[in-house]
Write a protein of this length. Structure first.
Length: 391
């Protein structure tokens, strides 16, 4: 690229940071090969990044004769970020710049009070954790928040949304004034896709579709190691794939959306419905914990519900594989962590329904992610955005 040296410099610095962020430690020679920039240019940029303490040297690599090269990685304690997952138990993590968790906590939100009350609860918690870690404010590069979704079209006549008001707010605009740091909002499904890409199966598969199975159903597409966001950051809305004509109404205004059959909220609702049919109205409060306990205690009706949901999901996955032909499909979220029978059903139904013989053995794997995956993905978003702001 010609003509705009500051811009070129910025782009080159960012490519170096992005490559090292994902693949580390690397030598200058490897960096130069990965990003296709001459060794002297790479060295010049690396020297300035070392001077600014964004990178650090870590030991020496193997050499093919001659001096062993110095290896580079992100200087993890140069800045810190927070990452949060808005959920029925909202997790909050403090990470260094390498994305390693330094501290974590869980905030239990009062769901009925809506997004802003949770945001202020979070901001208090962020300050408490920052003080506990003895970090001055200027060491915090940002706060990433994985939200259940925002700015999606919504049907007003449907009040039973699992999102307690998130559909009607611009989370970035509402959250930012509450924090003395830059705030980055990402949808939960994409935040976990990001975490899977960096910390999980993404280290083995460069092109994969991530399915988020939690109180909502979502997705994220990674193509050649990059998140696909789409023209309006609206890609990956797997949960709103219409799977049944005239099916269950969805808060998005459609009917028969996959989420209405496959999320934890859908499972709890279905179990409740069947119990009601059988036992009348005296029902316990049924949430996903209840469902899993009943399943583990051998309740056959609950088992049926889980298997049927897995079947619906399997068809959805087959559709995605038919359209995108990814290297793998990864299942994440609370259901993937806790419910093998559901996932196994989805895997076998998907394999039956994939059109192409060649793609019919597409690996469908459960995520390597743990409880804090989304929060970690949101923190990762804050780190990437921090690198992007550097000139
Ligand atoms: Zn929908």
């Amino acid at each position: 690229m010609r003509g705009n040296p500051p811009l070129i410099r910025k782009i080159n610095r960012q490519s170096i940071l992005r490559v090292i962020e994902k693949e580390f430690p690397l030598s200058r020679t490897e960096l130069s090969r990965r990003i296709g920039l001459s060794l002297p240019s790479v060295s010049r940029i690396v020297d300035s990044l070392l001077e600014e303490k964004l990178l650090r040297e870590v030991g020496k690599g193997d050499s093919s004769g001659g001096r062993r090269p110095l290896l580079l990685e992100i200087n993890a304690d140069h800045r810190y970020v927070f990452g949060a997952e808005i959920s029925r138990a909202t997790s909050l993590v403090l990470c260094d710049l390498s994305g390693t968790i330094q501290d974590r906590t869980t905030v239990v939100p009062d769901i009925s009070r809506g997004p802003l009350s949770l945001a202020s609860q979070l901001s208090l918690e962020v300050e408490r954790m920052r003080e506990k870690a003895s970090l001055p404010r200027e060491m915090i590069a940002g706060v990433g928040v994985g939200t259940p979704g925002y700015l999606f079209k919504s049907a007003e006549h449907i009040t039973q949304s699992p999102f307690f008001g998130w559909h009607s707010i611009d989370a970035e605009e509402e959250f930012s004034p509450l924090f003395p740091y830059p705030v980055f909002i990402e949808n939960v499904a994409r935040a976990s896709t990001l975490a899977e890409m960096i910390f999980g199966w993404g280290r083995e598969y460069k092109t994969f579709f991530y399915v988020y199975l939690d109180w909502g159903t979502g997705g994220g597409m990674v193509y050649k190691g990059e998140m696909v966001r789409g023209r309006n950051r609206a890609s990956g809305e797997f949960g709103h794939m219409v799977i049944e004509r005239d099916g269950i109404p969805c808060y998005c205004g459609n009917r028969g959306c996959l989420e209405q059959y496959t999320s934890t909220s859908a499972l709890s609702r279905e179990v409740k419905k069947r119990l009601q049919k059988r036992d009348g109205n005296a029902l316990p409060e049924i949430d996903f914990d209840w469902v899993m306990q009943a399943y583990e205690a051998g309740n056959p009706m609950v088992r049926d519900v889980l298997v049927e949901a897995g079947m619906m999901l399997g068809k959805g996955i087959a559709n995605v594989v038919n359209v995108l032909n990814p290297e793998a499909v990864i299942l994440g979220g609370e259901i993937s962590r806790r419910c093998p029978i559901y996932c196994e059903e989805a895997q076998s139904v998907a394999h039956e329904h994939i059109f192409s013989l060649g793609a019919s053995d597409t690996p469908i794997l459960r995520s390597k992610g743990e409880v804090d995956t989304v929060a970690l993905g949101a923190a990762r978003q804050a780190i990437t955005s921090y690198f992007e702001t550097l000139v």
